[in-house]
Design a protein around this ligand. Structure first.
Ligand SMILES: Nc1ncnc2c1ncn2[C@@H]1O[C@H](COP(=O)(O)OP(=O)(O)OP(=O)(O)O)[C@@H](O)[C@H]1O
Length: 589
C-alpha cells in the first residue's frame, strides 16, 4: 500500500469535524488495504506483507509509529530535502526506514541518521513530507483518534464495535486485531480468539472518581441477582501501576502504558517468583516503603519508574518510557531505592482467565496467592468470606473482614454501616500517608482499557492532570531555565479532537532535577515565542495539586486554580487523557 493513500485519508480525517465522516474515511482506507493484502496476485490467501502493511496503516492512521523511538525530532526535521515529484513510497518502505533509524546507536550514528532521514524524505512528495514529519514528532498523536480507528476497523469489517474493542484491549494493540478482523476467513471467531495471554500485557482497567466515600458507594452500579451486590474498599497506593505476568520463572513487568520495565525492577520479579502460583497475571502498584512500613513520598518511587528521566534528549520524538530492549541495564541511580509490589487484582491464575469473573471471586484467588503482597482491603459487611477463612487464606492481616453479616439488621442499617466503615478506612489510610482509597463493586468484571463503573477512587487531596500550554523563562536562581508553566484543561471538540482552556500558571513544587528536565522537554515541544513566553505543543501532562478554584475574568474558562503546585509530570498519560474543563467545573461546584 502506498503511503500516499494513508496521507489522503489522514487529510480527509483532519478536514472534517464529524466523527462519522472520519470513521468512514478510515474504514475506506482499511478496506482498500485489506483488498490489496488479499489480492489474487498474492499466492494463496492474504500475504504477509499485505497483512503487515495493514498494521502499519492502522498505526499511522492512529498517529503512531511502530518504533518506540527514532532519535528524530523537530530540530532534525526542520530542514528537509526537496520533495519527490510523484508518490512511490510504500508503507513498508517507510516502516523499514524508521526501523533502521531506530537501531542506530554509537559513534557515527548522528551522520548515519542524517543521511538516512534525508534519503527517506527525498523519496517523499511534499504532502508526504508534511505528514511524515508530523507523524514522527508526534503531532498526529491524538488519543481520541485511537477509538475512531477501532470503530473504523469494525465498520470496514462489518463487525460489532464491541467485539473489536474487546479484542484490542486484550491484545493491547489495534493493528493485529485489524488484520484478524479484515483478513481472516471467520473474523468473529478470530476476534474471539484474542484472549488474555500470559506474557502479553492487556490495557489496564481504570477508575472513575468521587469526592467522598458516600458518593463513591452511590456511584457503584447496584447489584444484580439476589445474593450479589456488595462492595469493598482498597487502600489506594501512590506508586507506579504494574501488571505482572508470570510463566514459571519467566516474569515480566509492564507499566500502565504497557511498557516492559522488567529489567529495571528485579525486586518485583523476585517477589513474584516467590508467590505460590506458577502461571499468573496480577494487577497492582509498586511503591517505596520507609523502614517503618509507611509509604515514602511519590518522588522516591518516581526515581525508580524512570519515566521522565528515561526520555531521550530534547530532540527525541518518542513518547513515554522506553521499553527495555535486549541487553538494557538498569541505570545505577535507579537502584538506590527498593520497590515493593502490592496487588489489587488477578487476571489469570493457574490456567484460568479471570477477566470475566466477578471481583469477589478474583479477590478470593488473590487472597490465596498474594499473601503480604495483597493490597489492604475492607469488605462490606456480610459480603466477604468468613473472617477465619479469610485470615487463613491470606495468612496475614492485609485483608480485614469486619462487621456483622448482611442478614443482621435492615438494608438501610447495612448501607449506613458500610458508609461509616468505609469512611473510617479512608481516614485511616490518609493518616498513614496513602493517596486515598478505591471503592469497588464485588460484581464488577475486569473492564480492560476502560474507566469502569466498578472502581471509584476517592482522594482527599485535590489534584488534576492538566496539559502544559506554554512556559516562561525563569529569573534569579532560575535564570536560563524554563520555569513558570501555563496549565490547560482539555475541552473535547465534537469531532473527537481536543482543545485546551487555560486555568492558571505555576512555578511551585519543581525540584532542580525537574527544572532541568522540563527546560529540555519544553524546548523540544516549542512552537513559537512571545517575549519570555515559549509556546509548546499541548502534549505534556502534569499532575497539579491545588487548594481550590476561584472565579476569574483573566482566564477564558472563567475559573482559575488557587495555589497550584506541580506534583509530577505524567509520562504515562497522553494529553487526550487529561482532565476536562467539565471535570474542573464540577469540582468548582
Ligand atoms: N487498590 C487499588 N485499586 C485500583 N487502583 C489503584 C489501587 N491503588 C492504587 N491504584 C492506582 O490508581 C489508579 C486508578 O485511577 P485511574 O484509573 O484514574 O488512573 P490514574 O489516572 O493514573 O489515577 P491517579 O492519577 O489518581 O493515580 C490506577 O491506575 C492505579 O495505578
Amino acid at each position: 500500500m502506498l503511503l500516499a493513500e494513508v496521507v489522503d485519508t489522514s487529510e480527509a480525517v483532519t478536514a472534517t469535524r464529524s466523527r462519522l465522516a472520519k470513521r468512514a474515511a478510515i474504514a475506506e482506507c482499511l478496506r482498500r488495504g485489506a483488498a490489496e493484502a488479499a489480492s489474487p496476485s498474492a499466492d494463496t490467501g492474504p500475504d504477509a506483507t499485505g497483512a503487515d502493511e495493514l498494521e502499519i496503516a492502522v498505526a499511522y492512521l492512529s498517529g503512531e509509529l511502530r518504533q518506540r523511538r527514532t532519535g528524530l525530532g523537530w530540530a532534525t526535521l526542520r530542514d528537509l530535502p526537496p520533495p519527490a515529484a510523484s508518490p512511490t513510497l510504500t508503507l513498508h518502505d517507510v516502516d523499514a526506514a524508521l526501523a533502521a533509524l531506530s537501531r542506530l546507536a554509537g559513534a557515527g550514528s548522528e551522520a548515519a541518521r542524517a543521511a538516512a532521514t534525508s534519503a527517506l524524505f527525498a523519496a517523499a512528495t511534499r504532502r508526504e513530507q508534511v505528514f511524515l514529519r508530523a507523524l514522527i514528532i508526534g503531532e498526529l498523536r491524538q488519543g481520541a483518534l485511537d477509538s475512531v480507528v477501532v470503530d473504523a476497523v469494525a465498520e470496514a469489517a462489518d463487525l460489532p464495535a464491541d467485539a473489536v474493542r474487546r479484542a484490542v484491549m486484550l491484545r493491547g494493540a489495534t493493528g493485529p486485531v485489524a488484520s484478524a478482523a479484515l483478513l481472516s476467513p471467520d473474523p468473529l471467531a478470530a476476534l474471539a480468539g484474542f484472549s488474555l495471554e500470559v506474557g502479553r500485557p492487556v490495557r489496564p482497567m481504570l477508575a472513575q472518581s468521587a469526592p467522598d466515600v458516600a458518593a463513591a458507594l452511590d456511584k457503584l452500579p447496584s447489584g444484580g441477582a439476589p445474593g450479589t451486590g456488595g462492595a469493598c474498599v482498597d487502600v489506594k497506593l501512590d506508586g507506579i501501576r504494574i501488571q505482572v505476568h508470570r510463566a514459571d520463572d519467566d516474569v515480566r513487568v509492564f507499566t500502565r502504558s504497557l511498557d516492559d520495565i522488567t529489567r529495571r525492577v528485579p525486586e518485583i520479579v523476585a517477589a513474584v517468583r516467590d508467590l505460590p502460583e506458577a502461571r499468573l497475571v496480577l494487577d497492582g502498584e509498586a511503591i517505596v516503603l520507609g523502614p517503618d512500613g509507611a509509604p515514602r513520598p511519590f518522588q522516591e518511587t518516581a526515581s525508580r519508574s524512570a519515566t521522565h528521566e528515561a526520555r531521550g534528549g530534547a530532540d527525541d520524538g518518542a513518547a513515554g518510557v522506553t521499553t527495555d530492549g535486549p541487553g538494557a541495564e538498569p541505570a545505577p541511580e535507579l537502584e538506590s531505592v527498593t520497590l515493593t509490589p502490592f496487588f489489587f487484582d488477578v487476571l489469570h491464575a493457574g490456567g484460568h482467565d479471570l477477566i470475566d469473573t466477578p471481583l469477589r471471586d478474583r479477590l478470593a484467588v488473590l487472597d490465596r496467592i498474594g499473601g503480604r503482597h495483597a493490597v489492604r482491603r475492607l469488605m462490606e459487611p456480610g459480603t466477604g468470606p468468613e473472617p477465619d477463612a479469610a485470615d487463613a487464606a491470606s495468612g496475614t492481616t492485609t485483608t480485614a473482614v469486619v462487621g456483622p453479616g448482611a442478614d443482621e439488621g435492615s438494608a438501610d442499617a447495612t448501607t449506613h454501616d458500610t458508609t461509616a466503615l468505609f469512611t473510617e478506612f479512608f481516614e485511616q489510610a490518609v493518616r498513614e500517608g496513602q493517596e486515598g482509597v478505591v471503592v469497588k463493586s464485588l460484581d464488577s468484571l475486569y473492564a480492560a482499557g476502560r474507566r469502569g463503573a466498578g472502581w471509584i477512587k476517592v482522594k482527599p487531596r485535590k489534584t488534576l492532570d492538566l496539559v502544559v500550554l506554554a512556559v516562561e523563562w525563569g529569573s534569579g536562581r532560575r535564570q536560563g531555565k524554563l520555569s513558570n508553566i501555563h496549565l490547560g484543561a482539555r475541552r473535547p471538540n465534537p469531532d473527537g479532537t481536543d482543545g485546551f482552556v487555560m486555568l492558571g500558571k505555576t512555578f511551585k513544587g519543581m525540584t532542580d532535577r525537574m527544572l532541568e528536565w522540563q527546560t529540555e522537554r519544553f524546548l523540544a515541544l516549542e512552537t513559537s515565542r512571545e517575549g519570555h513566553v515559549v509556546h509548546v505543543r499541548p502534549e505534556q501532562v502534569v499532575e497539579i495539586a491545588f487548594d481550590g478554584l476561584q472565579r476569574s475574568t483573566r482566564y477564558p474558562g472563567g475559573l482559575a486554580l488557587r495555589f497550584a503546585r506541580v506534583l509530577r509530570y505524567r509520562d504515562d498519560k497522553r494529553a487526550s487523557e487529561a482532565d476536562t474543563i467539565d471535570t474542573v467545573r464540577s469540582l468548582a461546584g
